[in-house]
Design a protein around this ligand. Structure first.
Ligand SMILES: [Zn+2]
Length: 510
């Protein structure tokens, strides 16, 4: 074995781990020493000479896999405290629980605690970056500052967007106008549709896009969904995204109802949202469309042509009765695919191992014919796809010299890894997250031996416990409101499911 000298400035060496290199063997990865200098990967070598008396930290990588940190490419921190509160419910009903504007304003303490807790869970599952598409309602500057302070404190990387829209729920869901009596209609809006008199986009540009950069924070834009945003809002969004070269995240065709809404209202565009986005010059490589469950084949081709991507969230799609995205069609068209874990109230777990496994399994039934190996594709989506979608593919999602040192070590001294037959398949189909031992973000060890180094874990649990009585009381009130709407919600959902929908049915989306 040849011995290499350490690169200048090395602060950490991960010694002897089996590393998932971009073009390496993902079944039996080779052992590689990884040198980290400041926030970057400074060198890769078969073995570094560690005999010199240099002040470096050596992390033992023996019996470990080393891989790039996962990128949770679709996540909302606003309902972290609602994990485990709901059984399966249709999406249109669920949104009334997840984003009710009738909540009393949240305390700074609650927002800080929930942001920390969500980030902590992400780190434990090997995520080093989260794309937080956050609804703050009513918007208060101190709430945004609490979110930023929590992310800075815990040390995770964030691609941050505020979620906004300018059309109310009643106008955007099929049959709601017919079904609901007028007195109940005000209860159908959500907090993703903020006060129209407040220019949230302009405020975001002034206070975030034009402000001094924050460590480990990059900005994005979050129009809630094409049917919830006017053409003016979508065009303003993409214009800003181009000017600042930042990504855009939006929701597309998460449910059958969202596809039906497009068919019923977009007669100028053959009932297709993607055709409308293309015609309005909004389809762009910066655009990431979460879900895309009910996307049609011709729309997939348009996405590929314009370089726009999708972010799939299989956990939430199943629990919200949305269906299965056409994974194989998206892969065949070469559409960029990231993976996310979405809201805590619909996906419950911020666990990329669960997301990858479901993705690989659903791919198997999204096309009846045999296809390419899915485990490696799931991993690439969780790492490279998410990084590319965030426009950070030049520095995140891969183990390569010059890239950010955002890495995790997975302990392979575990029944899940014995015998060690394939890194890719065992990561996707067997590992559930308990093996994540160390997590490094920006060159700093944030999780060491499964423990946070940046903040006392007990302080997070205590902070959450302190805010839960108020949250539980308010969530119970919201649940009572939604329960009153249930007969009409069920009636509208029945009509949505019974309506004709023009879509090819190769994939069993329901
Ligand atoms: Zn979402």
């Amino acid at each position: 074995m040849s011995i290499s000298s350490l690169p200048t400035g090395t602060t950490i060496v991960i010694r002897g781990g089996r590393a998932l290199l971009p073009d390496g063997d993902w079944d039996q990865p080779e052992q590689v020493d990884i040198a980290i200098a400041d926030d970057r990967i400074a060198g890769l070598a078969a073995a570094y000479d560690l005999t010199a008396d240099a002040p470096i930290e050596v992390i033992d990588g023996n019996d470990s896999l080393v891989l790039p940190g996962f990128i949770n490419a679709h996540y909302h921190s606003h309902d972290v405290l609602a994990k485990g509160t709901l059984e399966e419910v249709p999406l249109e009903t669920w949104r009334l629980y997840a984003l009710p504007p009738q909540y009393p304003p949240r305390s700074v303490e609650e927002i800080y605690a929930r942001t920390l807790l969500g980030a902590f869970e992400c780190l434990r599952s090997g995520m080093t970056t989260v794309q937080d598409m956050l609804t703050l309602y009513p918007y208060e500057e101190r709430h945004l500052e609490a979110v930023m302070a929590a992310y800075e404190k815990i040390g995770i990387r964030v691609v941050f967007a505020l979620q906004y829209a300018d059309r109310k729920g009643l106008e955007t869901v099929p049959f709601w106008k017919d079904v609901f009596p007028p007195e109940l209609r005000p209860l159908l809006t959500t907090a993703a549709e903020p006060e129209r008199q407040f220019d949230l986009i302009g405020h975001f540009e002034q206070t975030c896009l034009k402000a001094v950069p924050r460590p480990r924070v990059s900005w994005a834009l979050g129009p809630s969904a094409p049917e919830r945003c006017s053409t003016g809002v979508m065009q303003r969004t993409i214009e800003l995204a181009r000017r600042y070269n930042i990504p855009v995240y939006s929701h597309l065709y998460e449910s059958r109802g969202m596809a039906l809404q497009a068919r019923m209202t977009l007669s100028d565009f053959e009932g297709r949202s993607i055709r409308q986005l293309a015609a309005e010059q909004v389809l762009d490589p910066r655009l990431n469309l979460a879900h895309s469950v009910w996307i049609a084949r011709d729309e997939i081709e348009l996405l590929a042509e314009h370089g726009a991507g999708v972010v799939l969230n299989p956990q939430g799609n199943l629990k919200m009765k949305c269906g299965i995205p056409p994974i194989r069609l998206l892969q065949q068209a070469g559409v960029r695919i990231g993976l996310g874990c979405d809201n805590c109230s619909c996906s419950d777990a911020q666990n990329m191992f669960v997301a990858m496994k479901l993705y690989a399994l659903l791919a198997a039934i999204s096309d009846p014919l045999p296809g390419p190996p899915q485990a490696a594709l799931a991993l690439r989506s969780a790492m490279e796809g998410g990084a590319d979608g965030a426009r950070l593919g030049h520095e995140l999602g891969r183990i390569a010299v010059g890239y950010k040192a955002d890495l995790m070590l997975v302990d392979t001294r575990d029944p899940a890894w014995t015998p060690f037959n394939s890194a890719a398949r065992q990561l996707v189909h067997i590992e559930a997250g308990r093996g994540v031992k160390h997590v490094i973000v920006d060159g700093k060890v944030i999780l060491r031996d499964r423990q946070l180094t940046t903040i006392d874990e007990c302080a997070i649990y205590d902070a959450v416990a302190a805010v839960m009585p108020a949250f539980r009381r308010d969530f119970a009130n919201i649940s009572q409101r939604v329960a009153k709407l249930q007969p009409w919600l069920d009636q509208a959902h029945g009509q949505i499911m019974a309506a004709e929908l023009d879509i090819d049915r190769l994939a069993p989306r329901f």
